[in-house]
Design a protein around this ligand. Structure first.
Ligand code: 5GP
Ligand code: MG
Length: 178
């Protein structure tokens, strides 16, 4: 598995240090708000569980599953494969996402939850690819600004694999250009 990685972009330690800072910021803003934290599955599973361990205050967790990716290119069409079971009305919602790329996924989710009457909707993303944005959408808490390359690890997959890498790396082109 590790041989398929061109180079490591963010090590486990770098990710951990950055998550400490982000969690501190979020704690300062939310510790008395009992927010509804919504990890966007499956990509955000590792990032969100690490973040949640660092958020030591009352909150709820409920997941959504969205998909907009086929292979290594975003299609722009968002599908909500699984919805939350919670009542969103009046809640302070924080989406946890692995990476913001075109922005389609989170724009869709944000607007949907606003329509449902959330008191606020913010976005916490491990990575942001500002160069490939197609819609007007910004992360509120962002770990790192990433280059326009295909990344895997720390929840990010290619064809379902590599999610379990404890770091984020660039996948060798030879792996997906076969
Ligand atoms: P968006 O709707 O912003 O274009 O896409 C967001 C989703 O695309 C992310 O949640 C992630 O699943 C996927 N994605 C975007 N860039 C990458 C990447 O470099 N690697 C992987 N594995 N997935 C990506
Ligand atoms: Mg995703």
């Amino acid at each position: 598995m590790n041989n398929d990685i061109e180079r490591v972009l963010y090590s486990e330690e770098e990710l951990s240090n950055r998550m400490d800072q982000m969690a501190q910021e979020i704690t300062a803003n939310y510790e008395d708000k009992k927010p509804l934290v919504v990890p966007v599955m499956t990509g955000a599973m590792m990032f969100s569980s690490e973040m949640l361990k660092r958020m030591n205050f009352l909150l709820n967790v409920d997941i959504v599953k969205a998909s907009s990716y086929v292979g290594s290119k975003s299609t722009g069409e968002v599908k909500l494969v699984q919805d939350v079971r919670s009542d969103v009305k009046g809640r302070h919602v924080i989406f946890m996402e692995d990476i913001i790329d075109t922005g389609h996924t989170l724009k869709y989710l944000k607007e949907l939850f606003e329509k449902r009457g959330a008191a606020s909707v913010k976005i916490c993303a491990m990575l942001d690819k500002p160069d490939t944005r197609q819609v007007d959408l910004q992360g509120d808490y962002v770990g790192f600004s990433a280059p326009d390359e295909f990344l895997v690890g720390y929840g990010l997959d290619y064809d379902g694999f590599y999610r379990n890498l404890p770091y984020i790396g660039v996948l060798k082109k030879s792996v997906y250009e076969k």
